[in-house]
Design a protein. Sequence first.
Length: 314
Amino acid sequence: MKPAIRFLLCLLWLVPSAGSADAGLVVPDEARAGLQLLYEGDFDRAIAFFRTLQNTQPEHPLGYLLEANALWWQRWCNSMTITAKGFVDALPGKESPLDAPYRALLAAARTRAQAYLARESQSAEAYFYLGMTYALEGRLAGLRRETWATASAGKKMRAALLRARRLDPQLDDALLGLGLYNYYVVTLSPLVKLLRFLLFIPGGNKEEGVRQLEQAAARGVLVQAEARFWLGKNLRNYDRDYMSALTQFRQLVARYPQNPLFHLLIAGLEAQTGSVEAARRSFARAAQLAVRDCECHQRVRELAAKGLAQLGVP
């Protein structure tokens, strides 16, 4: 193991994760270290940790799930666009060369989660990991506008995560997927509502979904940052509750100040809520932090420049 990696693992060992005292999941140090790097925006080093986890625990689904999630963040960043309001989001329907390795990692994780369940049929953790393979499958399908696949994956995710929570009511990480399900089912288009009927998909409750996402953000072991990201994005895109969305994104920036993506997220909301000077600083900070020679950081610099131009800044 490289000295830098060993040092980071030791550092994380000394600093326990928030909410870990009553956690329903046992999370290896490699996972914690990789997640820290992922949400700091260092995809390559994060993936190195996740692959170390795959090598040390080759029959466990977690390392494969985490690498798939890292690829999703890369894909989301690479396909970002900016609206006239300055809001940043991925461009739906765009193909990506990352899709094939993403699906391969999910297949590897699902095979291992199913084998885990075959060995321990009452394991909440195994049901959680199985449910998360469907959550990540639905996430990609939704981005690709594959409506039937999104709905089908969501139904399977919900069943597995509900089972995980029944077996372990303290497994707050499962509330990420359940919260998103409850929220999205209420905000679906008429076409997807028809699919609900055809696929016998249960209904949801948006207020319950927000509560579950808030609990996952506060008490989850693996999913705190993910829950804040999706909660903020949903409040912005669907509820137009810009101040609450800004609160979620600012918490991400406070915890991961080196990630240019999170600065981009708050910039548009600052402009929308009248804080033009703060928005200017956030767009400029995003561009300043995007120093890597990669497609993601190049995209960040492009969108930061567009955001500044929309504010009337050269």
